[in-house]
Design a protein around this ligand. Structure first.
Ligand SMILES: [Zn+2]
Ligand SMILES: [Zn+2]
Length: 248
């Protein structure tokens, strides 16, 4: 695993600079580093960030990629990104809240409403996957950031996401050129989900989602998932390559 495709810097809420992160990645023998910082619609430092990462990239053997991470804003898949995304190579679409019909719902509110029976689990899963799917269609070069990380926060297990919803996401990713990451910090998505994407040829990235350089390229969960998915495909490809109604 010679890459870490999701590392934050001082441009947003990371503790270390792009140079410090890159030096650590080089020391640890990584070949690729994803320089990813949190943006919002009104973020003004993006052109500086792009220029800066490109400048550091010229001085290191590590291949740097410029990424931004943004919240999915609603079920239509709008993302909390500035209008001008020039120089950005990947947009990490994140389920920091639950995308809803107009705007997002806070995880703690969704959890409470589910407990009180005011919301239905199936609706939550439907709107979350709809927003995620639409984000892939609306923007180019999307990476699904820590997919389903919001589910434990609302009291739903990732294992309860029906496979047909997972397959709809995987097919949308394959069609749109989106990618998926396995995220060490949030320990998601699960091998069951990653396998559905891998089976459709969707590239899977290794990410630590580091906010400090000590954890760059350090994996336990990510290793486990890659190993499990590879093994499952070797021993019984039918398990995960089973044709579904969404298969292309
Ligand atoms: Zn995030
Ligand atoms: Zn992140």
């Amino acid at each position: 695993m010679r890459e870490d495709m999701h590392v934050h810097s001082t441009f947003s809420d990371g503790r270390h600079t792009v140079e410090e992160n890159t030096a650590t990645a080089a020391q640890r023998g990584l070949q690729r580093l994803g320089c990813v910082d949190h943006v919002r619609r009104d973020t003004t430092w993006l052109p500086d960030f792009v220029r800066h990462v490109r400048a550091v990239d010229r001085r290191t053997p590590v291949t740097l990629e410029v990424g931004v991470e943004a919240k999915i804003l609603d079920a239509r898949g709008r993302l909390d990104v500035p209008a001008d995304l020039r120089g950005v190579e990947r947009i990490y679409a994140a389920d920091h809240q639950v995308p809803w019909r107009e705007g997002t719902l806070r995880p703690q509110d969704v959890r409470r409403s589910l407990q009180l029976g005011r919301l239905d689990r199936a609706d939550v899963l439907e709107l979350l996957t709809l927003g995620t799917r639409n984000a892939m269609r609306r923007y180019e070069r999307v990476v699904l950031a820590h997919l389903f990380s919001v589910l434990p926060k609302v009291g739903i297990s990732e294992d309860d996401v029906p496979l047909d919803l997972v397959d709809e996401l995987a097919c949308a990713a394959a069609e749109t050129g989106a990618e998926i990451e396995v995220d060490e910090r949030w320990r998601c998505p699960s091998p069951r989900v990653v396998a559905r994407f891998a089976a459709r040829g969707v590239p899977v990235r290794a990410s630590s989602d580091s906010h400090r350089r000590e954890t760059i390229g350090r994996y336990r969960y990510v290793h486990e998932v890659f190993r499990t998915v590879a093994l499952a495909r070797l021993t019984d490809p039918r398990v995960i390559d089973a044709p579904s109604r969404h298969a292309a």
